[in-house]
Design a protein around this ligand. Sequence first.
Ligand code: SF4
Length: 319
Amino acid sequence: MLVIPIFVPHVGCPHDCCFCDQKIISGNAVVPSCDDVRRTVESYVDIMPYYDVVQIAFFGGSFTGIPMSEQRSYLETAYPYIERGLVDSVRISTRPDCINDEILGLLGRYGVRTIELGAQSMNDDVLRRSGRGHTFSDTVRASELIKNAGFELGLQTMTGLPGASSEDDIRTAEKIIELSPKIVRIYPTVVIKNTYLHKMYERGEYVPPSLDETVELCAKLSVKYSSAGIKVIRMGLQSSDNISDSGEIAAGPYHPAFGQLVRSRIDYDRLLSIGHVENGVFTAYVPAAELSDYIGQKKSNINKLKENFGYKKVMIRKA
Ligand code: SF4
């Protein structure tokens, strides 16, 4: 699948999410013109035929929070590529309180297939403390409207927001599962410099969970979603989000390969059930494509098996 990313910052966003500094996250606060959008899409035209599915993705703060006329202009720029058969559909990300029937009507007319909502938490107290400006019931209402209108629903969630315990984040996942989204993203909260959360952190009002705790939690969440048939398409901020550990992040469980840490943690439990031990040697055969996840970064799973069970040797081999 080819996703053509177009960042649409929510300039003048009236909300005050404590973790957000859109300029830093985007690395680019310039609002793209329709010509910019066209140029970006054109730069992918040659490689489009090599992909089974091609989507233009308007992501950023809240696509449907910008004026309707601007939304329409962007969508009108993208639509000819759908008409020409070069692009299959459009995806957008937005806030739960920026969805209504009129907006969905507009999105539907211009080939939008996937709508991702920044749910973040399903706990109203956590949402309030994070300055999100919407409630759990806004997410439920918007999710139902989106699904009933025939769009593919995606929900973005955050762990470790102010006031959220691991149990709160697990309850959020359970409520998200009840909404039956097609896809989910899990973003552990990180403290980005110059945000309100950064001030809270400096004043000692916010203490981020450790990387280990967050990996442990996200492994549980990921297993829950997968068991419910919901695909987790992203875990953790990645380098494409223009975040670097030495740069913009003041604190928090950031790791450039966070998703792999979580997959390895899940695979550790799997190893316990698929491995066998003979003469103190632990052996497990795993799918070739997943070998590095099973071994873990810096052989973490091998080391953990040795430490926890005293095995002389641990062999993780391609099946
Ligand atoms: S995260 Fe919050 S503050 Fe930042 S752009 Fe989105 S709605 Fe606005």
